[in-house]
Design a protein around this ligand. Structure first.
Ligand code: C2E
Ligand code: MG
Ligand code: MG
Ligand code: MG
Length: 291
């Protein structure tokens, strides 16, 4: 017993271990402050149909306006809360913000769907759909079809039964789903049929090098072929150049999102971007250029 306690004591007072826990605790505490003190905000990146030039939706991407460190991207702070219950708090905050934004844009005559990223931890929470229903009820003027949830294939695979159940319940509320980073998971083909998703997003890592790397081109081609066979709309992420856009259209993928079209922007910048988009003819009338 004494020996056992001795070992525990050693563990507890291991200075490195202790220090690490302390740092993590402080980082999480700092994140909770950010959440409650309005330091987080959503940026929006347009998604367009390259053939018609129409803007079809927006992806909401979290940013942390840190008072000392400036604007932080999710990669700089999401790891702090990875697989902790804070992911659920963040997810609900993001959904609430997106709904509020939809409600504001409704008044301004902008009716574009918003895609929200949902972490695997959050998707599998048992009362996910119930909480979503409560959030939707706070914004009765917002049609639930304007909200789409982006989930990773791997999240659904982690516990397929729970994921399918939650997704079905959300769907009955009118909310739809997209598979994010498609192609990076393991079970792409088999489970695609099972998952109730209305959009497949091809991961940007394949799109980026598709013009120079034959393997990536083969992956993009297969995903597009398959999505078309399953009659699911698909969108290419990370579309940075016109050449990418043209190649994707030639393969049968018309929806795109990427720096070539627009970088993620604050909500206030969107109306101006929307007004200027049609004047960027090389991008917004690709179908005409095609003929
Ligand atoms: P994602 O959902 O796959 O989002 C796409 C990421 O690619 C975004 O990075 C976006 O800014 C970036 N991107 C868009 N177009 C291009 C392009 O043409 N080239 C390149 N190189 N990158 C492009 P971001 O905003 O840093 O977000 C990174 C990831 O963080 C997201 O990947 C998503 O998994 C996660 N994330 C972002 N916002 C949220 C959120 O609100 N909740 C959760 N749980 N995760 C989020
Ligand atoms: Mg996403
Ligand atoms: Mg993605
Ligand atoms: Mg990603």
């Amino acid at each position: 017993r004494a020996k056992q306690r001795g070992r525990d004591t050693f563990h507890l007072f291991d200075p490195n271990h202790d220090r690490l826990l302390q740092v993590r605790h402080e980082q999480r505490q700092r994140f909770i402050d950010a959440l409650t003190h309005n330091e987080l905000c959503l940026y929006y990146q347009p998604q367009v149909d390259m053939r018609s030039g129409k803007v079809v939706g927006l992806e909401a991407l979290i940013r942390w306006q840190h008072p000392e460190d400036g604007l932080l991207a999710p990669g700089q702070f999401l790891p702090i809360i990875d697989t902790t219950p804070l992911e659920v708090d963040l997810g609900e905050w993001v959904i609430e913000r997106a709904l509020r934004q939809l409600s504001e844009w409704q008044v301004q005559g902008i009716a574009l769907p918003i895609n929200v990223n949902i972490s695997p931890t959050h998707l599998l929470v048992s009362d996910f759909s119930q909480r979503l229903g409560e959030l939707l009820a706070r914004y009765p003027d917002v049609p639930p079809v304007l909200l789409k949830l982006e989930v990773l294939e791997s999240a659904a695979m982690h516990d397929i039964q729970a994921a399918l159940q939650n997704m079905a319940r959300c769907q009955s509320l009118g909310v739809s789903f997209a598979i994010d980073d498609f192609g990076t998971g393991f079970s792409s083909l088999t489970h695609l049929r099972q998952l109730p998703v209305s959009l497949i997003k091809i991961d940007q890592s394949f799109v980026r090098d598709m013009l120079t790397d034959q393997d990536d081109m083969a992956i993009v081609e297969s995903v597009i072929y398959m999505a078309n066979r399953f009659k699911r709309p698909m969108l290419a992420e990370g579309v940075e150049t016109l050449d990418h856009a043209k190649a994707l259209m030639a393969l049968g993928c018309d929806l795109a999102q990427g720096y070539g079209i627009a970088r993620p922007m604050p909500a206030e910048s969107l109306p101006t971007w929307l007004a200027n988009w049609p004047s960027r003819e090389e991008w917004s009338s690709l179908a005409l250029a095609d003929n």
